[in-house]
Each structure stands twice: as C-alpha cells, then as structure tokens.
Design a binder for this molecule. Structure first.
Ligand SMILES: Cc1ncc(COP(=O)(O)O)c(C=O)c1O
Length: 386
C-alpha cells in the first residue's frame, strides 16, 4: 500500500542538475548562486531586497534583532504557529505575548493584538497561517501609529497575496511590514532542504541582516578600498546563519516552479472543498475572495464530539489506510516551557482552544496527485460515515 504523507517535497531532475552543477564548481557556498537566488526572490515577492539564511528560524531571529527587540521589550505573536516564531523573539532577551486568533482563518486577530500592545511592545509578528495572509493593512496601521516594528512570518506563504484598495499585494513585498521571513524547509512551498530568507525594502536593514548572518562582519568594497583587501570589521555580535550555494541553486530551480506548485495544490484543495462540504461536524477552511492562499496546509475543522470519534482514533485509522495527517499546531502557550515561563491560561485564548480541539491537516503538498487526493477523500468519508 502506497503511503500518502501529510506533506513532502517535490524534486525533479532539473533541481538535481542545478545542485550538481554547483557541487562541481569552485565555489559551493556564498557565491554567485546566493546573489542570484536573492535577486530572484526579491523580484518574485516584489521587495527591494532579500537576504537568504540557513532557516526561517534564523531569519526570524535576525529580524527580531533588527527590529530592536531585547531584554525589557515584548513581541506579540500568534499562539497557533510553529514554536520558532515565538522562540526567535525570546532569543533576543525579549518576552513573548500571545494574541488570540480568529477561529475561521486561524490567523492572528488584529483586535486581540491591539489589546496586548503596551509601552514595551517592540514588534508584532503576524503568521500567515497555512498560507492565508493576515489582515496586514490593519496590523500595519496599528503598528505605525505606535512606532512598533512588524515582521511577517510568511514561512507558509510564499506566493500568497491580499487585496488592498483594489490592488493585489504580494506577501513578501513588505508593503505593510518592515521585514518578511520565508522558510525553505523541506515541507514548505519551495525548498532548499533547510533554509530561509528575509525580505525588506530598507537598505539599512538589508545591510544589517547580511552582516548578522555572518558574525556581524562588514566587508564591502568601500571598506576594503579604504583599509586593504584583507580588511573586515565586526560591528555587531552576529552568527553563522549562512546558506550554501548548492542550496540556493535548488531554491532558484524550485522558485521557477512555485506558481505551478500553487496551481496544482489549489486544484487538490478544490477537490477537498467539494468533497467535505456539507458533511455533518466537518468544516472546510475559509478562503476569502480578497486573499490569495498559498495552500501550504489544508486544515479541516472537525467537531469530534459531534461525530463521536476521538481525533487520535481517526488519525490512527487513516494511518492504517496509508494516509498520514497532522495537527498544526499545539498552541505555543500549552508547551511546558511557555507554561512554566508565563503561566498562561488556556481560558484566555478561546478561539485558539476551539481551533486546536478541531484541527486536522490532511495531505497537501507539491506534486500531490488528484488520484491520491481522491483516496484521502474516500478514506476520510468512509471513516466519518459520510
Ligand atoms: C510558521 C512557521 N514559522 C517558522 C518556522 C521555522 O522554519 P524553519 O524550519 O525554516 O526554521 C516554521 C517551520 O515549520 C513555521 O511553520
């Protein structure tokens, strides 16, 4: 029996050849491919600059540092995200404050953000959950009025867009933020194995991000010309968050297929929408007309009380039929570390709790076939008695 994973990568012979060519060349890290991939990403997203790093986690960390987060500051983010979004803010010494989501979209609710803003708030990190853009115009207006930085976590959202004043705005263009972070982890919309990027329209942030990626070192042609060809200068404490050129070759090759990947996943999502519509106790995800979804995840909301089935049993039964599912995500405030550090009460996050109780991600990934999607539908419908 062929197993249908909940997610996986799609790598073709052109991707393999692109990587092999770099591996056969003289420079395999931080060379021409890095610059080409960064340029192509900025063009695709509509930003002035892109800085590639070793992961989105690294990008979020650098973004938080560039936004000035440090001890005594607070970062507001969604509890329905991967741990990395919140952890990155903690790395800077700042504290994390969670704002509840909107149940329908699973995106952070701007009204809840507003309630959590204090004098200490240094940054807001909206997460475009599953690839559905947050209400960026509203979040940006709120942040601008109070001088707070906005860092979009677009780990799920390469290729997503939203409408603002009649115009489509691409996620990553930073029209309503200071920086946007992308992930190229193996299960994301495009992959470099591990990897990520930060896009921005600010020259200062671009230069600082580049320096922080590599130990806080500045060594541009102006510095070398002034002091000599050997010279470099460490102005900040930085990291080794570099990505290799062979990863960038894979990224560049994958980026050329990003829109096709989205189209294919959209077609599978449409199959799911139709198949699960109207089934008692099951709700399909909401895709608003003024938002272009990036189809990283397809999350059903299942009322397990109503269907009289346990989520664990349903997942195990599907797995026995070769169909793997996941839950995105356990609210971050429920994690032992966060519980101990902040003693949040789940009662303060009714929407996140309601969402978490019902969420089930069914298979959606680059290269998923319609045939496999119908197998998912058949198995799930049979188990739901529909
Ligand atoms: C919303 C979100 N943010 C951040 C990350 C971290 O990405 P990376 O694995 O590239 O560090 C992930 C990865 O799963 C994610 O889903």
């Amino acid at each position: 029996m062929k197993v249908i994973p909940h997610s996986r990568q799609s790598i073709d012979s052109a991707d393999i050849q692109a990587v092999a060519e770099v591996l056969k060349s003289d420079i395999i890290t931080q060379g021409d491919l890095l610059l080409r991939f960064e340029k192509a990403l900025a063009k695709y997203c509509g930003s002035k600059y892109a800085v590639c790093v070793s992961s989105a986690t690294a990008g979020l960390h650098l973004g938080c540092l560039c936004a000035g987060l440090r001890k005594g500051k607070e970062a507001i983010t969604s509890p329905i995200t991967f741990l990395a979004t919140a952890n990155a803010a903690l790395y800077t010494g700042a504290d994390v404050v969670f704002a509840d989501i909107d149940y329908e979209t699973a995106d952070i609710d701007p009204a809840q953000i507003e309630k959590k803003i204090t004098k200490k708030t240094g940054a807001i990190l909206p997460v475009h959950f599953g690839g559905l853009p947050c209400d960026m115009p509203r979040i940006s207006a709120m942040a601008k009025a109070k001088g707070i930085a906005v860092i979009e976590d677009a780990s799920h959202a390469l290729g997503a867009a939203y409408k603002c004043k009649g115009r489509w705005i691409k996620v990553g263009s930073c029209k309503h933020s200071d920086m946007t972070v992308l992930s190229f982890h193996v299960l994301k919309n495009i992959t470099t194995g591990e990897g990520g990027a930060v896009t921005t329209n600010s020259r200062d942030m671009y230069e600082k991000l580049r320096a922080l990626r590599s130990h806080g070192v500045y060594k541009g042609p102006d510095i070398k010309k002034r002091y000599g060809p050997w010279y470099y200068e460490m102005r900040h404490i930085g990291f080794n968050y570099r990505i290799t050129d062979f990863q960038c070759a894979l990224g560049l090759s994958q980026l050329g297929k990003a829109d096709r990947f989205l189209r294919e996943k959209r077609a599978v999502a449409a199959i799911y929408d139709k198949a699960f519509e109207g089934i008692k106790g099951v709700a399909t995800p909401v895709f608003a007309r003024d938002k272009r979804y990036a189809f990283h995840l397809y999350v059903l909301r299942i009322d397990f009380d109503k269907i009289r089935m346990d989520r664990r049993d349903l997942m195990n039964s599907l797995a026995r039929r070769g169909i793997m599912t996941q839950v995105h995500y356990i609210p971050v405030y429920r994690q032992p570390y966060y519980k101990k550090r902040y003693s949040y009460s789940a009662r303060n996050f009714p929407e996140s709790e309601a969402y978490y109780k019902r969420a089930l991600s069914i298979p959606l990934y680059n290269g998923i076939s319609k045939k496999d999607a119908y197998r998912v539908v058949e198995a799930l419908k049979a188990l739901l008695g529909a």
